[in-house]
Design a protein around this ligand. Structure first.
Ligand SMILES: *[C@@H]1O[C@H](CO)[C@@H](O)[C@H](O)[C@H]1NC(C)=O
Ligand SMILES: *[C@@H]1O[C@H](CO)[C@@H](O)[C@H](O)[C@H]1NC(C)=O
Ligand SMILES: *[C@@H]1O[C@H](CO)[C@@H](O)[C@H](O)[C@H]1NC(C)=O
Ligand SMILES: *[C@@H]1O[C@H](CO)[C@@H](O)[C@H](O)[C@H]1NC(C)=O
Ligand SMILES: *[C@@H]1O[C@H](CO)[C@@H](O)[C@H](O)[C@H]1NC(C)=O
Ligand SMILES: *[C@@H]1O[C@H](CO)[C@@H](O)[C@H](O)[C@H]1NC(C)=O
Ligand SMILES: *[C@@H]1O[C@H](CO)[C@@H](O)[C@H](O)[C@H]1NC(C)=O
Ligand SMILES: *[C@@H]1O[C@H](CO)[C@@H](O)[C@H](O)[C@H]1NC(C)=O
Ligand SMILES: *[C@@H]1O[C@H](CO)[C@@H](O)[C@H](O)[C@H]1NC(C)=O
Ligand SMILES: [Cu+2]
Length: 578
């Protein structure tokens, strides 16, 4: 008893000390942390690709948009001015946004859209994240052209946990439509059919040599023989997982989603939309020009996809100049087959944290989310033209049979903060309402999900495990699942139905990777864990925009904890209202 009292006094003292320390650190930023101010003008800009010019929505007339470079610990203040004819919001993909949920960006989740003519200033601080993230529009399909890199260097004076590369190059993989992407998604929403696939993939906005009218602008990445370059690869494509290779060169993976990883060597990367991968590449080959190539990893059987190939060129500066009139083609890598799931899996299962980490073990919420597509029968009285999905249906998607519907009168975060009733409910199911053979031949009686705006409530500091289980409703497919406001540990992944009595043995509780976007295998499962230590409303969704359009999303509402440091900040005065 005496011992207990002593301990508790000691604990009290420690707690006060800690609070003072935290107070001090929150009011007095480290002397070298900087504040970066930017203006983002969202506007229609003529852009010529694939022999045709069309109007594209850009930031500051740039496609891709401006690269933001900061140090870990810095603050960003980005004033967004909407001069386009569409609603827009900007999401800072992967930024933890601790206590600053109002700056996260998904429309109708953490804010109402910035309307044409409107403005909004996003303010947030990068806390404990280093590597490559990116920003993108989070409103309809505007992110097709509204995106850019967010590069986070170590704190001033700190260094990388690997030898400093001679150069650094961001490679943003994107997707280009000859049509306005907003028209493409509107057509799909009207007809219920799958949207048109893209006309090209791009690297830093350029399709590259293998497309018409594109060679002159192909991106060149210069290198000196022997030097090492850090490639910061981002999959900013709208709807497609991509393989990336560099002819004849090995890649050493050192980071992903702004966390370092235990380095490993590979010849091929696979990134789902939303994911980033930092790799070191050493110019150890004969001086020449080598293609950097990306093309689809298309996991769904029989579904149409863009099967073209985008390229940039890794060019040794000492490479012999081609004689006049003579063109020597760069060396092309052999790409994996479009449906090479074995290669995708070998890559995604190679990730480890650099060292042992503290994985949450006492789990407060053990969740199981069945994730996949659905087909809705044509509503009575609807015209055939609105039911052009398979067999006269409309495409849908869901988590635990709830097809997510965004509100329109308040953002979810506002409704939560102001306690506005009727905007959402907190009865998102912890388990599928019906258990079935998720990856088998699913009875068509299970194919129609129910629309809803259902959230799952978490108390501050609770520990969460989610088994993400893919379904084969209509078709099985790989889904890049992204959680806002958090990084999570990926404990394991596998194929078929998750089996709690045998698959828990596969959990990596020692050095699992920390990510913000998990690659849910086609016809398989992934298990993630996180601690709910960031109050707010946080979207969990498939990062294929076609799937989020169909409802493949849900949101967590995380309540405030005790004291200011565990409480969501007040909304900014200029927060757009609906
Ligand atoms: C989609 O593709 C179809 C068939 O090629 C075409 O008729 C239609 O105009 C396209 N839709 C858009 C929005 O470009
Ligand atoms: C390039 O243009 C030619 C001639 O117009 C056409 O036949 C071909 O399909 C085009 N190729 C691509 C990849 O668009
Ligand atoms: C891409 O698909 C088109 C038609 O869907 C086909 O004609 C073409 O051969 C395919 N190209 C490759 C490289 O697979
Ligand atoms: C992959 O595609 C090839 C043809 O392109 C086909 O023969 C093979 O069966 C496919 N594999 C899987 C697993 O779907
Ligand atoms: C609508 O589709 C049904 C079944 O495919 C067909 O019988 C009917 O004629 C169609 N109606 C119109 C107006 O096209
Ligand atoms: C479409 O309907 C046919 C005939 O009813 C059926 O055999 C087929 O499985 C259906 N396909 C889908 C995708 O629902
Ligand atoms: C799936 O089940 C349906 C209905 O039970 C059956 O008609 C169909 O042939 C099955 N498909 C496969 C691939 O086994
Ligand atoms: C989803 O809910 C609908 C409506 O209750 C039901 O018809 C369907 O079978 C359910 N599907 C699943 C996978 O739970
Ligand atoms: C734009 O946002 C407002 C709410 O702020 C909403 O009422 C309107 O429907 C949105 N427009 C479109 C085209 O989504
Ligand atoms: Cu998906």
């Amino acid at each position: 008893m005496e011992g207990f009292i002593k301990n508790s006094k000691c604990f009290c003292f420690f707690f006060v000390f800690l609070s003072v320390l935290l107070l001090f650190s929150s009011t007095m930023p480290a002397a070298d942390a900087k504040v970066h101010y930017h203006d983002f003008v969202v506007q229609a800009t003529p852009v010529k690709r694939l022999c045709k010019t069309r109007s594209a929505i850009t930031v500051n007339g740039m496609y891709p948009g401006p690269t933001l470079e900061v140090n870990n610990g810095d603050t960003l203040v980005v004033n967004v001015v909407n001069r386009a004819r569409y609603n827009v919001t900007i999401h800072w993909h992967g930024v933890r946004q601790i206590r600053t949920g109002w700056a996260d960006g998904p429309e109708f989740v953490t804010q109402c859209p910035i309307r044409p003519g409107g403005t909004y200033t996003y303010r947030f601080t990068i806390q404990g994240q280093e590597g490559t993230l990116w920003w993108h529009a989070h409103s309809s399909w505007l992110r097709a052209t509204v995106y850019g890199a967010l590069i986070i260097h170590p704190k001033e004076g700190a260094s990388y946990p690997f030898p400093k590369p001679k150069r650094e190059t961001a490679l943003l993989l994107g997707e280009w439509w000859n049509a306005d992407p907003i028209d493409v998604v509107r057509q799909a929403t009207r007809t219920g059919a799958a949207p048109n696939v893209s006309d090209a993939y791009t690297i830093n906005g350029q399709p590259g040599d293998l497309y018409n009218c594109s060679s002159k602008e192909t991106i060149i990445v210069p290198v000196d023989s022997g030097e090492t370059n850090l490639l910061r690869v981002v999959n900013a494509a709208l709807n497609q997982q991509l393989f990336l290779k560099v002819a004849n060169h090995k890649l050493m993976v050192v980071g992903a989603d702004a966390s370092y990883v235990k380095p490993f060597i590979t010849s091929v990367l696979m990134l789902g939309p939303g994911q980033t991968t930092d790799v070191l590449i050493t110019a150890d080959q004969p001086p020449a020009r080598y293609y950097i190539a990306a093309q689809a990893y298309a996991s769904a059987q029989g579904a149409p996809f863009d099967n073209t190939t985008t390229t940039a060129i890794l060019e040794y500066k000492s490479a012999p100049c081609p004689a006049k009139g003579l063109t020597i083609k760069p060396v092309m890598p052999t790409m994996p087959a479009f449906n090479d799931t074995a290669t995708a899996t070998a890559f995604t299962t190679s990730f480890r944290s650099p060292r042992q980490v503290k994985v949450p073990t006492d789990i407060d919420h053990n969740l199981f989310f069945a994730v996949g597509l659905g087909l809705n029968n044509c509503p009575p009285g609807a015209s055939n033209s609105s039911c052009q999905g398979p067999n006269g249906t409309r495409f849908a998607a869901s988590m635990n049979n709830v097809s997510f519907v965004l509100p329109s009168s308040f953002s979810l975060l506002q409704a939560h903060q102001l306690r506005v009733p009727g905007v959402f409910t907190t009865d998102f199911p912890a388990n599928p309402p019906v258990q079935f053979d998720y990856t088998g031949n699913v009875s068509q009686s299970l194919w129609q999900p129910v629309p809803g705006t259902k959230l799952y409530k978490l108390k501050y500091g609770e520990t969460v495990q989610v088994v993400l289980q893919g379904t084969s409703i209509f078709t099985a497919e790989n889904h890049p699942i992204h959680l806002h406001g958090y990084d999570f540990y990926i404990l394991a992944e596998g194929f078929g139905n998750f089996n709690p009595s045998t698959d828990t043995a596969k959990f990596n509780l020692v050095d699992p990777p920390l990510r913000n976007t998990a690659s849910l295998p086609v016809g398989g499962w992934t298990v993630i864990r996180f601690v709910a230590d960031n109050p707010g409303v946080w979207l969990l969704h498939c990062h294929l925009d076609v799937h989020i359009t169909w409802g493949l999303a849900m949101a967590f509402v995380v309540e405030n904890g005790i004291g200011e440091l565990q409480t969501l900040e007040e909304p900014p005065a200029d927060l757009p209202l609906c």
